[in-house]
Design a protein around this ligand. Structure first.
Ligand SMILES: [Zn+2]
Length: 162
């Protein structure tokens, strides 16, 4: 493997190009758009999926900044090599914790409603049940957002074929 000097010339033997600030490269996230340096920033942005990647020219790596997972890729001269691990597996523990996270808070709100029910003719007697629904939707949204965050690179690649 050839070691690249940041900003150095193209390796004449292998025709590999180093990762440079002025370069335009295929996006490692969606593998469809192109990433190039953002104006006045040490970061690259994709013109297709709009992800922002920080660049380390010494290690020839980029890191996905708008994700909590910290996905990284290394530039190999002609393409990217993934440095992140496989997406989190859906183990039984994760699934059970996700279900508990979605169901327990609305169940507690419902238990309070059931234990101390409002008077039937009181104004807003419907509100506790709406609150149960809102609590369920909010917690379900958190779980779905985490799932999307983990699997987003896969989904973006799948979107190319839809
Ligand atoms: Zn992209």
């Amino acid at each position: 493997m050839v070691d690249f000097v940041p900003g150095g010339p193209i390796d004449p033997v292998s025709k590999r190009m180093p990762l440079e600030a002025s370069g335009v490269y295929i996006c490692p996230v969606c593998r469809h758009g192109q990433i190039s340096q953002m104006v006045l920033m040490d970061a690259f942005a994709c013109n297709f999926c709009r992800h922002i990647l920080s660049v380390n020219f010494e290690t020839q790596t980029v890191r996905l900044e708008d994700s909590s997972q910290g996905f990284r890729w290394q530039w190999m001269g002609q393409g990217w090599r993934s440095l992140h691990q496989r997406p989190m597996e859906f183990t039984y523990t994760v699934v059970v914790l996700g279900i508990l996270f979605v169901l327990m808070p609305p169940a507690l709100v419902w238990l309070g409603y059931h234990t101390f029910p409002p008077l039937p003719d009181a104004p807003g007697h419907w509100f506790p049940l709406v609150w149960v629904g809102l609590t369920f939707c909010a917690h379900l949204g958190v779980v779905l957002r985490l799932c999307l965050d983990v699997y987003q690179p896969i989904l973006v690649r799948l979107r190319r074929f839809l």
